[in-house]
Design a protein around this ligand. Structure first.
Ligand SMILES: [Zn+2]
Length: 302
């Protein structure tokens, strides 16, 4: 009964709300990283409207669609989501939407390049945006999908795609060089959840997270203690909080290391699973990525 009322109220919402201009196609993206990619690939095209569901600092693992989101999804001409269970609480909703208008961006990355999710057998790690060479692959396929949606603009989309890929790959090279300047024994990235495995593999950084690849995983005192032992032994100088994850877990790690008589500082806040606000350094994806690399470099270099 409750479902029926919800459907009725949604239908009346659709009927009452003034929709977009008829000629504009609606592209709904789940994360800010994907929305920024779609924006870069459709530069100079005004026949589309881009809608981002998850705002700055939003945790995609825990995100549940609001009524307004359901409405936006029902109206969308194309829905771009990350896939690989990143949007874990929205999977059922995606399954109910027509397959021809949903697009899992992760499908654009070759399977052999994916990292297994060690805590979820048979699944892959969804945090693809942190290896820019993979993100460039994903952007290529996204460009092809957008060209199908907007065939008369396909030339422009392909040019935009090439330009954006080039910027991604230049930043990829820069990050590699920059991070290799950190001494190897200090090149260890410790964060609350395991968002940085692709980053670690691509940029030769050892990665440790307190939680698994999803923030839905629990962690306990034993996990904090094991991580604190590792940090104390290796004399790691800094750990990092994430903009989309509760900072208390990392604060507990710092206290545990200090209780072992070692010093550990907070290296800063990294943008892990979401962009930052429009007035900050992580307003767009490449800004977010560069900010993370600079922050890690500044805190871990000798
Ligand atoms: Zn994550």
């Amino acid at each position: 009964m409750r479902k029926f009322v919800l459907v009725l109220s949604l239908l009346s919402l659709i009927a009452c709300t003034e929709g977009p201009k008829k000629e504009q196609l609606q592209i709904v993206c789940t994360t800010g990283m994907l929305a920024d990619a779609a924006k870069q690939l459709t530069l100079g095209i005004d026949s589309i409207q881009l809608i981002t569901l998850m705002g700055p600092g939003t945790d995609p693992h825990l995100y549940k669609a609001s009524q307004a989101d359901v409405l936006a999804l029902s109206r969308a001409d194309l829905i771009v989501y990350n896939g690989l269970h990143l949007e874990g609480k929205m999977n059922d909703l995606f399954k109910k939407l027509p397959a021809q208008k949903t697009y899992a961006a992760a499908d654009g990355v070759a399977e052999e390049d994916l990292i297994n999710a060690s805590d979820y057998p048979g699944a892959y790690d969804p945090h693809l945006w942190f290896d820019l060479s993979l993100w460039a692959q994903l952007v290529d396929s996204l460009g092809e999908r957008l060209a199908i949606l907007l065939p008369e603009q396909s030339g422009k989309i392909r040019t935009n795609t090439k330009n954006y890929q080039q910027r991604l790959l230049e930043t990829h090279k820069w990050a590699k060089t920059k991070l290799l300047q950190i001494p190897e024994n200090q090149r260890v990235l410790i964060t609350a959840h395991d968002a940085f495995k692709y980053f670690g593999r691509a940029y030769s950084v050892e990665v440790r997270g307190l939680q698994g690849i999803s923030t839905t995983a629990e962690y306990g005192i034993a996990d904090i203690s094991a991580l604190a032992d590792f940090i104390a032994q290796r004399k790691i100088k800094a750990v990092f909080i994430e903009n989309s994850v509760d900072p208390r877990a990392i604060q507990a790690v710092i206290e545990a290391v200090e209780s072992r008589g070692e010093e550990l500082k907070l290296g800063g806040e990294l943008y892990s699973d979401a962009l930052g606000g429009s007035d900050g350094p992580a307003a767009n994806f490449l800004g977010m990525f560069r900010y993370n690399v600079q922050t890690i470099y500044q805190s871990l270099k000798q």
